[in-house]
Structures are given as C-alpha cells and as structure tokens.
Design a protein around this ligand. Structure first.
Ligand SMILES: Nc1ncnc2c1ncn2[C@@H]1O[C@H](COP(=O)(O)OP(=O)(O)OP(=O)(O)O)[C@@H](O)[C@H]1O
Ligand SMILES: [Mg+2]
Length: 421
C-alpha cells in the first residue's frame, strides 16, 4: 500500500501542507526543527489514531489553534482509501474513511499500515519494559481488531481494580467482579503475544543475519507475567492462581501485581542479553532487525506491504545496514525518509522523489529542483558510507551543489556511523 497524497491543516508546525508522494522512495531534506519528523508523525497518526511520541494527542495541534486535520489518499488493494483524522483542543478525536464512514481512531490501522523507524527506537532494546509492550501492542493491534478489544477490556478492568485496591479495605467482592474480565482478556493477550513474539523472533533472526553479516542467532524471548499455558484455559487458570497468591501483597501495595501489564521481551544474541551486554552497534542491529521483522509480519498478515517511515536513520547506520534498508524499499515498500544531510540523495536509487521542508513548508522539488540522479545508487552509498555522509565526495559533485549551511546537525548527534563487527 502507499500514500498518494497528504493534506495537513494546523498539524504541529504545518499551517497547511499539501503534497503528492511517489509510490517508491520519497526523501525529505531540511535543517533541524523544520518539520521533518512532524510530517512522518502525521502519517503515523493517521494509521495509529494517535501520536507515536509519549505525549497527548492534543500536542499535535498547531499552537494556538482549535484542531488539526490530516487527510490522506492511500492506494491499497482492492481500492483506494481516503483517511481523515482530526483532534480538537478539547481532546475529541475524529476519524473517517472514504468521506462518509465514521470509524474509531484505533481502527485506522485497518486502512493504513506503517512501520516507523527513528533513532529513539534504540529504546526498544535499552528502555523500560513498557516500551516493548507498547511496540508489541501496536504491532498486533494493526492486524487484529480482536486484540484491540481485549486490550481495551483489560485496561479498563485493570484501572477499576487498581482504584478499588487503593481504597483502604477495598471490597473483596467488588474486586472479584473485575477479576474475571481481567483474567479473560489477560489470558488472551498473553497467548497472542507469545505467538507473535515467536513469529517475530524467526523473522528478526533472519533479518539480523543479513544486517550483521555473521552467524549469531538473534532470539526474542517473551517473559510473560503470567505463565503461558498450552491452552487458553490453562493460561487463565495460571492467572487466577497468581492473583489469589498475591491477594495480600496487592491489598498492601494497592496495585495489581500480575498480568500482561507486567510482561517483557528480552533480546538475546547467541544466548547473551543484548540490553545488558550488547555493544551500541549490536543494539542498533537488533532494533533494525526487529523493524524488518515488523515489515515481514505485517506483509504476511495483511497481504500488502506497509509504508516505511524512516526518520533520520540513514546517518546513524553503517554501510551494510543502509543497504539492507534500501533493499527493503527496492522490494516494493513505499518509504518516506528524512535527513538533514543533502548527501543522502546520493544513497537513493535513481528517480527517488525529493522534497525540501523549511519552517513548516514543503516544496516538492528538492533543493536542486529535481529528482535523485542516475549513478547515485545504493552501491555507491555502500561504498562510501564508512566515511560518514559529509565525507562523501558524491555530495558535492556535478550540479547537485548543496544549499548553504545545510550540512551537519547542530546538536552533534547522528554522526557516529557505527561499525560493529
Ligand atoms: N504543536 C505544535 N505547534 C507548532 N509547532 C510545533 C508543535 N509541535 C512541535 N512544533 C515545532 O515544530 C518544529 C519542527 O519539529 P520537527 O521535530 O518536525 O523538526 P525536524 O525537522 O524533524 O528537526 P530535526 O532535524 O532536529 O529532527 C519544532 O521547532 C517544534 O518546536
Ligand atoms: Mg526530526
């Protein structure tokens, strides 16, 4: 599937933006703080029904305005879909497809699938367990309406239960009324997560071999809070058992101590925990492998390739990993790639569409008023990547001179092309 057209109104620093994308690769160049990440976020939001940052949806409204609106035209089988998503300052979310059909924002994933990749995704390995649960939930929710319902039910029951536990001497009978909902939805969530993690593990391992170029085995290991049984009943029973074992502790602490909200996933390379012992480069490779696994998972489940949103990742990746990413794009994913470095144009296949973003304005032609040219291909990017982008002679040559002051990031990050073994 691919996004043909984007129209934004009062979304972050875009007062109004309208652009037509290419089916393949779209490169967005611009200095820091011009709106590159915001643009990708808008597409993510139209798929997830909310922001990918840990923030309020209302934060996406342009400051001082009443609402934002995202309007997308998406090409997919069997027919084109129009997606509209807006949020008002009062926090009201509104989603509609094809002009007339109102849907829940959480259902937008049924119409548009995206895989977003940002430098912050390193937190998937290094960050708190909640990051990994969020990733997994988003992943499964994209392809399973049932899972979304279970999550809703579970979270509601959990909130009610915790509220009761916090009241001193919380009524045990009332508490048990929520237990069955918690257990019913929770056991289903646990079982589904186990299956999906196993599936992702195989895909990520395969992707990782391609990225790292060695034979280390990458495993994703699901660490459920409730033991995952062979059947739903077994898992539900294990959940009930743990709840009764922990009843006293829960009353004392005032929170629910067991359940999917306490799950985690571990990443291991040849049996060694990557979060604890992996090098920076290994951690990056694992995250990239996970993202590639996500693409494979969605393609398999939905029967169509997701849209890739690659925010500022090229400068962070070494040659081999860039090549793998570009291969994905060549395999037929639409990709939106952002960069502060015009040199990135040299890494794109010929014909990739270029845009410039400046102070919330998108212009369609790129800095040189043209597309990426022949000869600036993936292999060339691979060949020179080890020197880092700004050491790349292709950046300067021919008629693709850079606009003034456009090289380099002022925050000093993103230059450390990682070379892991
Ligand atoms: N709700 C909002 N209303 C108006 N402006 C906003 C809003 N939210 C963020 N901004 C501004 O949008 C600007 C662009 O942010 P964005 O993250 O898209 O930059 P970027 O082009 O990705 O920069 P970088 O290269 O540093 O990552 C920022 O200066 C930010 O302050
Ligand atoms: Mg950015």
């Amino acid at each position: 599937m691919w996004v043909r057209r984007i129209e934004l109104t009062d979304f972050r620093n875009f007062k109004r933006a309208q652009l037509s994308l290419d089916k393949g690769l779209n490169l967005f160049l611009g200095l820091n703080a011009q709106g590159k990440t915001n643009l990708l976020e808008s597409i993510y939001a139209a798929s997830a029904g909310g922001t990918y940052r840990a923030a309020r949806d209302g934060d996406m409204i342009r400051w001082g305005q009443e609402f934002f609106r995202i309007d997308l035209e998406v090409e997919r089988e069997p027919a084109q879909v129009r997606i509209e998503f807006s949020v008002s300052a009062a926090g009201r979310r509104f989603a509609r497809v094809n002009g007339t059909q109102k849907v829940r924002p959480s259902e937008l994933g049924d119409y548009l699938n995206v895989v977003m990749f940002t430098p912050d995704d390193l937190n998937l390995v290094k960050g708190a367990p909640s990051e990994r649960r969020r990733f997994l939930d988003r992943e499964i929710s994209q392809v399973s309406p049932a899972y979304r319902d279970w999550l809703d039910t579970y979270n509601r029951a959990l909130a009610q239960r915790n509220a009761l536990l916090k009241q001193i001497g919380g009524d045990a009978r009332l508490l048990h009324a929520w237990d069955e909902q918690l257990v019913g939805a929770g056991a289903r969530i646990t079982m589904r997560r186990a299956r999906v993690v196993a599936d992702l593990s195989g895909r990520a391992d395969e992707a990782h071999r391609g990225i790292a170029g060695d034979d280390q085995k990458l495993s994703l290991i699901y660490s459920p809070s409730v033991e995952c049984g062979a059947s739903l009943d077994e898992t539900a029973n294990a959940f009930r058992r743990r709840l009764s074992e922990l009843a006293v502790a829960e009353a004392a602490r005032g929170v629910t101590l067991v359940g999917p909200h306490r799950d985690d996933i571990r990443f291991e390379l040849d049996g060694v925990d990557v979060a604890a012992f992996g090098s920076q480069g290994q951690q990056r490779s694992v995250v990239l492998a996970l993202k590639l696994a996500e693409v494979g998972f969605i393609t398999y489940r939905v029967g169509q390739k997701p849209v890739l949103l690659l925010d500022d990742v090229l400068s962070e990746l070494d040659a081999g990993r860039r090549l793998r990413l570009m291969e994905l794009v060549e395999m037929g994913c639409q990709a939106l790639i952002t960069s502060v470095e015009p040199g990135c144009a040299g890494l794109m296949p010929a014909g990739a569409k270029m845009f410039t973003i400046s102070a919330g304005e998108v212009s369609e032609d790129g800095p040189q008023g043209r597309r990426c040219t022949e000869g600036n291909n993936i292999e060339a990017g691979l060949h020179n990547a080890a020197e880092g982008l700004d050491g790349d002679p292709r950046v300067e040559h021919g008629d693709r001179a850079e606009p003034e002051g456009s090289l380099g990031r002022d925050d000093g990050t993103g230059k450390d092309a990682v070379r892991d073994s």
